[in-house]
Design a protein around this ligand. Structure first.
Ligand code: ADP
Length: 236
């Protein structure tokens, strides 16, 4: 598997103070890397640094061989990298239809129609709420719209910050099914930050554990599916 995303000796943080220290990781094309660790350990900071939301960093991130240090978030989308922000991608005052218009801006009419149709084929229930505003959607509908917005970007690599946070168990299952489908059918590459270990273990090919801004440990799927893995490696 060739490496699509390479993170080399990355350090970053806020107001001149490092939160992440010397992180090196790589993700192959079509691979899912799960990132787990306690609250405040630096997981979101890692995704925000890759996504160029935080730009005060040392070290390098390469995506498809391109160095990202001088890129902005728009460049990243063009290169094929999307960031799924914690809490989803829904604007409370915008109608569902306007979310599609916004995200498909600049594309031709026929391409927009094709992408929208593809999104609706994954989330048919969205078709009947086109006139609803984001703030009036149920949790499940918000999740569908968030994933539809992500899908509509047609990027090959997704940085997912807690995509199941705050969802009811049934919606968590739907999210896992959708992401599994994206992995199996569309060969999407993902870095998945998850507080729900079960979700991370189900989707990831490998796991990195972050503690106090550093890589504490990393595991391949064969290891973390073993019995008593959690007790042995994460809870002490
Ligand atoms: P996690 O995603 O693992 O819960 P975060 O990456 O959100 O952790 O946070 C790591 C550390 O960075 C925490 O100590 C947190 O308080 C701090 N932090 C997060 N966001 C900011 C910010 N905008 N400004 C200053 N410190 C922040």
């Amino acid at each position: 598997m060739s490496e699509l995303l390479e993170i080399q000796n990355l350090s970053s943080g806020y107001n001149g103070k490092d939160v992440l220290q010397d992180i090196s990781l790589s993700v192959g094309k079509g691979e899912v890397l799960g990132i787990i660790g306690q609250n405040g350990s630096g997981k979101s900071t890692l995704l925000k640094t890759i996504a160029r939301i935080i730009t005060d960093n040392a070290g390098n991130v390469f995506f498809a061989g391109v160095e990202l240090n001088n890129k902005n978030t728009w460049d990243l989308k063009q290169l094929g990298l999307s960031w799924f922000v914690q809490g989803g991608m829904v604007f409370p005052t915008m109608k569902v239809s306007e979310h599609f218009e916004f995200t498909l801006k600049g594309k031709s009419k026929s391409e927009s129609a094709h992408i929208k149709e593809n999104c609706i084929s994954f989330f048919p229930a969205l078709a009947s709420c086109m006139d609803k505003r984001g703030g009036n959607l149920s949790g499940g509908q918000r999740q569908m719209l968030s994933f539809a917005m992500l899908l509509s970007q047609k990027t090959q690599c997704w940085l997912l910050d807690e995509p199941t946070a705050g969802l009811a168990p049934e919606a968590v299952k739907d999210a896992v099914d959708f992401l599994n489908k994206m992995k199996e059918q569309e060969n999407k590459t993902m870095i998945l930050v998850e507080h729900n270990y079960q979700v991370a273990f189900e989707l990831a090919d490998k796991i990195a554990v972050i503690k106090d801004g550093k890589i504490y440990n990393s595991f391949q799927k064969t290891e973390f599916l073993k019995e008593n893995f959690l007790n042995k490696h994460l809870y002490n």
